[in-house]
Design a protein around this ligand. Structure first.
Ligand code: NAP
Length: 325
């Protein structure tokens, strides 16, 4: 079948719980979401695209027929829509492909989820805000500064237009277990931390960020999905974020300290870097709606969470055992 094929596992057939379809299951967040729902006894069907095989379904979400068949064949109770192009500089270069994935595919999924009666949870971003007047509540007016933020906001609008019972979860910059450190903007900093023997290197000390662990976001997704299935008033926009405010410079220094590495080669840069897509200076999210409904979780401290992600990339991988056990 063009655009959609599957290499399922026997494990999935044996699980009897409710069924969740996770798009972007090969990505940074999607992997954590699949793990979280599996651990909670859900039957998980994950989709990917270029990296789908052998573990996941391969489905090009920009192919409307493939999306339609996917939902009608698997009849999920819940869809967690993680797939997107989320690198702001790539988005500026590949505008048409981004709109197809971030907006049109989102629109198709929303229509099909509504037809199938599946609860849809769409992952969005703090980049829908301009960062000039934080913290931002769910009802504050968005004003994205770059094409990525605009495409995600358009995605939100398609979700609300076609699937009024859907949930939208906005999150800030994410990190988690990575296949390569360059997979997330946070773990990428590890390359700079390790350049201690080279010349000094500059790091952004201008944009305030709230690095958030994908395991925490995944846990919130499961809480939201389980509650929203019972309570139809759980719908619309929610915010979730890590609590520690840090610039990239501060994240890199924290990584160096966590692994007892030198950090005096890291130089804070207080001017906006030229040539890249504009980013909000501080798009801190107010997360009180989730907290008041008891749908939030206490985020893991940055230092311990980043150690979990980076220790496989330390020269001596026994480091973790020798220090922590
Ligand atoms: P990611 O690691 O870049 O993963 C993107 C996913 O989209 C991959 O699974 C990829 O599949 C899939 N994909 C790409 N093109 C596709 C297509 N044509 N059809 C089907 N699937 C396709 O993204 P992420 O970091 O996990 O982001 C998850 C969500 O969180 C996104 O909605 C993003 O906007 C949002 N978010 C992310 C961050 C962050 O810092 N990462 C921050 C805020 C919000 P293949 O790799 O198999 O091709």
């Amino acid at each position: 079948m063009p655009g959609f094929d599957y290499a399922g596992s026997e494990e999935e057939v044996l699980v009897q719980g409710p069924k969740v379809l996770v798009t972007g299951a090969t990505g940074l967040l999607g992997r954590a979401v699949c793990r979280e729902f599996q651990a909670g006894g859900w039957m998980v069907v994950g989709t990917g695209y270029r990296r789908a095989r052998p573990r996941f379904l391969r489905c090009d979400l920009t192919d409307e027929d493939a999306v339609r068949r996917l939902l009608h064949e698997y009849k999920p109770d819940v869809v967690i829509h993680c797939a997107a192009e989320r690198r702001p500089d790539v988005v500026e270069r590949l505008a048409e492909a981004t709109i197809n994935l971030n907006v049109h595919a989102t629109s198709t999924l929303a229509k099909e989820a509504a037809v199938c009666g599946a609860l849809l949870l769409y992952i969005s971003t703090d980049y829908v805000f301009d960062g000039r007047n934080p913290p931002y509540g769910e009802d504050d007016a968005p004003n994205p500064l770059n094409m990525y933020g605009r495409s995600k906001l358009e995605g939100e609008r398609e979700i609300l237009r076609h699937c009024p019972g859907a949930v939208i979860l906005r999150v800030p910059v994410l990190f988690g277990e990575v296949e390569l450190v360059t997979e997330s903007a946070v773990t990428s900093l590890w390359l700079k931390v390790q350049e201690a023997t080279e010349e000094s290197c500059t790091l952004d000390h201008c944009h305030q960020r709230f690095p958030t662990d994908t395991r925490d976001v995944a846990a919130v997704c499961r809480k939201l999905a389980e509650r929203a299935r019972q309570d139809p008033s759980i719908r619309g926009i929610f915010h979730f974020s890590g609590k520690e405010q840090m610039t990239k410079y501060e994240m890199a220094v924290a990584m160096a300290q966590a692994f007892n590495l030198p950090s005096n080669h890291l130089i804070p840069l207080t001017e906006q870097p030229a040539g890249s897509a504009p980013r909000p200076v501080n798009s801190q999210l107010n997360c009180s709606r989730l907290e008041l409904l008891n749908l939030s979780i206490e985020p893991q401290p940055f230092t311990s969470a980043i150690i979990d992600c980076l220790w496989p990339f330390t020269p001596d991988k026994r480091w973790r055992q020798t220090v922590f056990h």
